[in-house]
Design a protein around this ligand. Structure first.
Ligand code: SF4
Ligand code: SF4
Length: 156
């Protein structure tokens, strides 16, 4: 049993993770959307039809093998619930949605945060996507932190 309905904070038991084999092949989506809300922009955002749902209130279903890790869904999700993890090199990277100011710049060092907003490590910003409805910020993250880091705090 998990208690995210009381705390608002998901645990790893609440989300579907790609396999270790899939992680080795390239960047891949992680969707942390667990409520049956009427929402589906993630489905339309995906150019590979890797996200699907039968009804608009369904929890999104993910085809990890079909995903190319483009992160287009990350910047279209109004719930800020989608991430892209890339563990094909060290450090790994995580693309997280971001809606605060100031927006970090490429090359800037920021605090990488966990799901509770606690600082996990200092991370370098390696890419800033601004083409969607929200920013998608790609951070370098130590391999042991890829299932912890889900946000960022600008240091300046
Ligand atoms: S990262 Fe790209 S390919 Fe993967 S699910 Fe999202 S939109 Fe589709
Ligand atoms: S767009 Fe985001 S919040 Fe909406 S169903 Fe997809 S993952 Fe969930």
């Amino acid at each position: 049993m998990t208690d995210y309905k009381e705390t608002g904070i998901l645990s790893l038991d609440d989300i579907k993770k790609p396999s270790e084999d899939r992680l080795k092949k390239g960047p891949v989506v992680v969707i942390e959307c667990v409520e049956n809300i009427p929402c589906d922009p993630c489905v339309a955002a995906c150019p590979k039809d890797a996200i699907s749902m039968d009804e608009i209130t369904d929890i999104p279903s993910i085809d990890f093998d079909g995903c190319i890790g483009c992160a287009l869904c990350v910047t279209e999700c109004p719930g800020l619930a989608i991430f892209v993890v890339d563990c094909t090199s060290d450090p790994c990277t995580i693309t997280v949605p971001y809606e605060y100011l100031p927006v970090p710049e490429k090359g800037e060092k920021v605090f990488a945060l966990d799901r509770e907003g606690k600082r996990v490590q200092v991370s370098k910003v390696v890419r800033v996507r601004s083409s969607g409805k929200t920013y998608g910020i790609t951070l370098e993250v130590d391999r042991e932190n890829i299932w912890k880091v889900r946000g960022l705090e600008v240091k300046r």
